[in-house]
Design a protein around this ligand. Structure first.
Ligand code: SF4
Length: 514
């Protein structure tokens, strides 16, 4: 059982706000079902959704175009909306839209974003509804001047803060929790803007990697526990000083030809202005709890986050999985794309051939014409197709990164068996997901998580695998260990939440059996 239940001075108000956030997620899912083929048909719907990606550029003559490239590299962190705000020392422009980065930011659109400063955001909504209003960056004209903000993560004490700000006269323009930070800045009585930002950040609880921009300054900060990644880099300019860049993942720097400098530290606020780069720790003393699931699934393998290459972590997860739960087999097959790196590690450790026995169609959009007579497991077949000659007559070890509800895993196991595999052994490169996330990852409630309500053997029977094994928690933590001794959040595997605030209803187990 979770050691931290819902707590707070004003419990009723806070709880209703938290439940509102959950409803918004549910509404978003319902809205998604309006497209011709329901999203529930797609394998991705049984995956946890990415959170958001943020970028910031300081001191580049074409800051908007650099932000666009960086967002393009971070598209995997959110495909619902994107935005870029720029500043030229005098004015602050902001354009955002629904859809993919490349769909929103044409040449023409980018030309309307002048300036040498930019921040950008790509979003999958985790709180607030999915409307354009809540797309980011959010631009607020406050008592401290124009501020644009882009935020990756989730605040967990938003109910109390919002109510008290509204009592103080704050007028909210969006339902996004990111705006709370700007309103706190506007209402801060500290002397300088940077003091107001530090004051604001020290009042919010939860996960946030933030980039902010005024007319002439960029700010970047991480929450005191460092849930979400945020890296700082440098771009050489042929003429003039280097540009400073920030991005959720270092893979964005590669496209910009920027050099990785370091991670923004948990509890650190970095400011970039014409006077250079300055930094302060606005919060200290809290244990680090970076999201281990970034290493398991979210981040790209070509990124370095929390001081470690994601590729190395996933490779080690696969190796560890082979050591913990090896089984006689003929071939190791990943569930693409996210299972590939762990499967390579597993195959090498087990001395078995690695084969791409499932091919993913990368061009499946949200809309297409549904055939009149839908075949069984139609949705999964749209995205994945078995390579019959690699699977027929083989004992297959299938590597995936998670089982959420179990429905997709069952379809994939059936698909592999249908292609002629004689045995299907499913291996998962993390422990069972037993609890929802409140830190910026869109997870179902506990009642919908199959591992929260059923034993491994019951899940095995449900998904129709010959054997099923998960990576142990110790094995996972050993796989992501680094020299900096990063502390990790593992709440979705343990139910032990690093913060005080969780949604009571979301952590109730299911009453019904599968
Ligand atoms: S609960 Fe899970 S997904 Fe959420 S921050 Fe913690 S480890 Fe990451």
């Amino acid at each position: 059982m979770s050691r931290l239940l819902f707590q707070g001075v004003n419990g009723i108000t806070d709880r209703s706000e938290q439940i509102k956030a959950t409803s918004a997620r549910t509404n978003h899912r319902a809205a998604a079902n309006l497209i011709p083929v329901p999203c529930s048909l797609f394998p991705a719907s049984d995956k946890l959704h990415e959170e958001c990606g943020v970028v910031a550029i300081y001191g580049h003559p074409q800051a908007a175009r650099e932000a666009y490239l960086a967002l393009y590299a971070l598209q995997h962190r959110g495909q619902e909306s994107a935005g870029i705000a720029t500043a030229d020392g005098q004015h602050l422009a902001n354009i955002k839209g629904m859809g993919l980065v490349s769909e929103i930011f044409t040449d023409d659109v980018l030309s309307k974003l002048p300036g040498h400063l930019a921040i950008g955001h790509t979003r999958y909504s985790t709180t607030g509804d999915s409307a354009l209003l809540n797309a980011q960056p959010i631009r607020v004209d406050s008592t401290k001047g124009l501020i644009a903000i882009a935020h990756n993560g989730n605040l967990v004490n938003l109910g109390n803060l919002r109510a008290s700000l509204e009592r103080d006269g704050a007028y909210f323009q969006t339902t996004s929790d990111s705006e709370i930070i700007v309103q706190l800045i506007a209402h801060s009585r500290s002397g300088t803007l940077v003091d107001c930002i530090a004051d604001s950040l020290s009042q919010v609880e939860g996960a946030f990697s933030i980039v902010m921009m005024t007319r002439d300054r960029i700010f970047a900060a991480r929450d005191p526990r460092g849930f979400r990644p945020l890296s700082m880099g440098r771009m050489k300019n042929a003429e003039g000083p280097d540009s400073i860049v920030f991005a959720s993942e270092s893979c964005a720097f590669d496209l910009l030809r920027a050099e990785f400098i370091r991670d923004v530290l948990p509890g650190e606020l970095v400011m970039v202005s014409q006077d250079g780069v300055t930094s302060r720790q606005y919060a200290t003393g809290l244990p680090q709890s970076s999201c281990v699931f970034e290493h398991v699934y979210f981040a790209r393998p070509d990124s370095r986050i929390f001081g470690r290459w994601v590729q190395e972590s996933r490779d080690e997860m696969g190796r560890q999985l082979a050591r913990e739960s090896g089984v006689p087999a003929d071939v190791v097959v990943p569930v693409p794309d996210s299972g590939v790196t762990a499967a390579l590690g597993y195959a090498e450790e087990a001395g078995l051939p690695f084969r791409m026995g499932l091919i993913r169609n990368h061009y499946v959009g949200r809309t297409f014409i549904e055939p009149e007579q839908r075949v069984r497991d139609f949705g999964v077949r749209l995205k994945l197709n078995p390579v019959h000659n690699l699977l027929a007559g083989k004992r297959v070890i299938l590597i995936d990164d998670s089982i959420i509800r179990g429905t997709t895993s069952r379809k994939i196991v059936r698909m592999v068996r249908g292609a002629g595999a004689t045995e299907v052994h499913l291996r998962i490169s993390c422990p069972p997901t037993i609890s929802p996330c409140f830190y910026g990852v869109d997870t179902p409630s506990k009642s919908e998580l199959i591992a929260a309500n059923h034993s491994v053997e019951e899940i095995r029977q449900y998904i129709e695998a010959d054997t099923l094994a998960y990576l142990s928690l110790d094995g996972l933590l050993a796989s992501v260990r680094d020299e900096q001794k990063t502390g990790y959040c593992t709440a979705c595997y343990t139910g032990n939440y690093p913060t005080q605030w969780v949604d009571v209803e979301d952590i109730l187990p299911a009453a019904a059996a599968i």
